[in-house]
Design a binder for this molecule. Structure first.
Ligand SMILES: Nc1nc2c(ncn2[C@@H]2O[C@H](COP(=O)(O)OP(=O)(O)O)[C@@H](O)[C@H]2O)c(=O)[nH]1
Ligand SMILES: [Mg+2]
Length: 309
């Protein structure tokens, strides 16, 4: 048996969460075309007869502008040092820049075995691939490079095999049927956030948190009552979220409810309201209250280590 942790690292929007969902075979992390979709570190677990891969999804690499985004960045950094393998994901469709190579070099220098997934090959000309691979190799990156498409499932099996070969021998880390370390409540709030990411312009979703106020299964009937609060930063954001006659929010809520029903395999009564908390993203106590306690813990751990040195 081989088992271990694989940190999935790369720029925002590279396709990390999509790749993990495809490999795990279930949606463990939400996906959207906007950067900063993944906020928290999420584990996605793939268990087969003779191996277990624990993927660590990270928020990715980008410029931090609030306390929340700074925590997200730091989480990415520490995750890379504490795993068996780094899977560096790069967007093939965007092409390879010097900056991409500099990032790969940085993670290579951690001394952890690394593979590169060059993804989204389904939406780019295939003849661009060899040139980009040469660029990566000439940039001093020694890792094997796998051109893949998460959307089409192309070359995913090969990548999986290569990851397994780099894992240490050992017992399973998680029980057979575990696919994520996150609770149902967490996934419910994430599903709502995904629909908001898809529906509104980026300044709105980046400034919201979704708080589960009630998550209750009825005693009879396969039915959940779920109440959510969407916390936003400004009164004008609240107005945009709700929309004319509540139409915008109604639409987002209806998409979310459908996905929640799929996820819970039950009927869902969903009620959603919007409230304003100015600048919550810069207030640690609110970041904790809104469910990002893991991010805070991570930050405190680092400060502790720093002050020890
Ligand atoms: N065409 C195509 N799109 C992809 C692929 N993988 C991810 N995407 C899209 O790229 C965007 C960002 O994906 P996401 O997984 O959220 O990226 P992350 O920020 O790195 O986690 C989403 O719109 C995905 O649907 C792929 O293999 N092919
Ligand atoms: Mg992501």
């Amino acid at each position: 048996m081989r088992a271990g942790y694989v940190a999935v690292i790369g720029r925002a929007n590279a396709g990390k969460s999509t790749l993990i969902n495809v490999m795990v075979g279930e949606k463990v992390a939400i996906v959207s075309p906007k950067p900063q979709t993944t906020r928290d570190r999420i584990l996605g677990v793939l268990t087969k007869e003779d191996y277990q891969i624990v993927f660590v999804d990270t928020p990715g690499i980008y410029k931090a502008s609030t306390a929340l985004s700074e925590m997200m960045m730091k989480t990415t950094e520490t995750t890379g040092r504490d795993v068996d393998v780094i899977l560096f994901v790069t967007d093939g469709h965007k092409g390879i820049s010097e900056e991409d190579i500099a990032l790969m070099s940085r993670y290579q220098s951690y001394g952890v075995p690394m593979l590169v997934a060059y993804t989204k090959t389904d939406i780019m000309p295939e003849e661009n691939i060899p040139g980009d691979i040469v660029k990566i190799v000439n940039g001093g990156i020694e890792s094997d490079i796998f051109p893949v498409s998460a959307r089409k499932g192309k070359n995913i099996a090969k990548l999986e095999k290569a990851l397994v070969a780099l894992l240490p021998e050992g017992d399973k880390i998680f029980e057979q049927d575990i696919i994520s370390d996150k609770s149902e409540r967490f996934m419910i709030s994430e599903i709502m956030r995904e629909k908001i990411l898809l529906k509104y312009d980026k300044e709105i979703p980046h400034g919201i948190a979704v708080v589960v106020e009630r998550f209750a299964k009825r005693e009879t009937g396969n039915l959940y009552d779920i109440d959510l609060a969407i916390v936003c930063e400004k009164p004008n954001h609240k107005a945009i979220l709700i929309g004319k006659q509540g139409q915008a929010l109604k639409e987002a809520t209806s998409f979310a409810r459908k996905d929640m029903e799929k996820f819970l395999d039950a009927k869902v009564f969903l009620s959603v309201f919007v409230k304003v908390k100015e600048d919550w993203r810069d207030k640690p106590e609110l970041i904790r209250e809104y469910g990002y306690a893991d991010l805070l813990k991570e930050l405190q751990e680092q400060e502790r280590k720093k002050s020890k040195k």
